[in-house]
Design a protein around this ligand. Structure first.
Ligand SMILES: C[S@@+](CC[C@H](N)C(=O)[O-])C[C@H]1O[C@@H](n2cnc3c(N)ncnc32)[C@H](O)[C@@H]1O
Length: 230
């Protein structure tokens, strides 16, 4: 492993520790903190473009999107590297038929063409830049031809490539996130085998955090469709 790969693995492990510490705090948030209307519009953007029912919620956290997809009749697998998130929602997931898999996004564990769609809401954000091309190529391989990938992501008006999140959500451990310009991410997606890429700017009702304002973080959404041949 070279130094860059070691740093990237360290970043994944740092994020794992930071998220592991906030499971209870996240579970305690009430619905008004979850920007529900925005979430609905993101889900709709994805669902309207799905070519079939098999969906992976990649980096699912507490799995609210996975549960909503299942309630809409989709066959959902929710995956995250923090197993504690699933333990919180075990009963609801069982009722809705959502399966959970403990998985590092940078090392997905499914067979090729397992899914019609992959939904990654603010999780690809934590994939270290040296691993981003490989992770997107794995996502492409997991999709059927014509399958769609949804990403909710950010770029930085200040041109930052990465930033630290001190004491993630009050848990006391720091996380690290990685930005991509819309053009840069589109380029990576094309190189990974996605053919049709559209960028969206769905409005959120939430005020940007102090960190987002300071670092000029601008959210955007991507729908990328895998080519139908090859
Ligand atoms: C900002 S949260 C978003 C959670 C969920 N998608 C949502 O919208 O509520 C980022 C999620 O990605 C997960 N995550 C970050 N890096 C990951 C990785 N390398 N492998 C798997 N999950 C990861 C975290 O545990 C966390 O649940």
């Amino acid at each position: 492993m070279n130094r860059e790969s070691i740093r990237a693995r360290e970043a994944v492990n740092r994020n794992l520790r930071a998220y592991h510490r906030i499971v209870d705090a996240w579970d305690a948030l009430d619905g008004s903190d979850r920007d529900l209307d925005f979430r609905l519009r993101c889900r709709r953007l994805f669902m309207e473009r799905l070519p079939g029912p098999k969906v992976l919620d990649a980096g699912c956290g507490l799995g609210f999107d996975a549960l909503a997809f299942a309630a809409s009749g989709l066959k959902v697998i929710a995956a995250d590297f923090v197993v504690g998130f699933f333990q919180k929602t075990g009963e609801k997931r069982a009722r809705e038929g959502v399966s959970f898999v403990g998985m590092d996004l940078t090392r997905p564990c499914f067979a090729p063409t397992s899914f019609d769609g992959i939904y990654a809401f603010a999780s690809f954000l934590h994939v270290p830049r040296p691993l981003s091309a490989l992770t997107l190529a794995s996502f492409a391989s997991l999709l059927v031809p014509g399958g769609v990938l949804f990403l909710h992501h950010v770029y930085s008006r200040c041109g930052l490539a990465e930033y630290g999140i001190a004491g993630l959500c009050g848990g006391g451990a720091d996380a690290v996130a990685f930005c991509h310009s819309e053009r840069g991410l589109s380029r990576l997606l094309r190189a990974a085998g996605f053919k049709s890429i559209s960028i969206h700017h769905l409005a959120t009702t939430r005020r940007p955090s102090a960190l987002a304002e300071r670092l000029g973080l601008e959210p955007y959404q991507v729908i990328a469709r895998k080519g139908r041949i090859g």
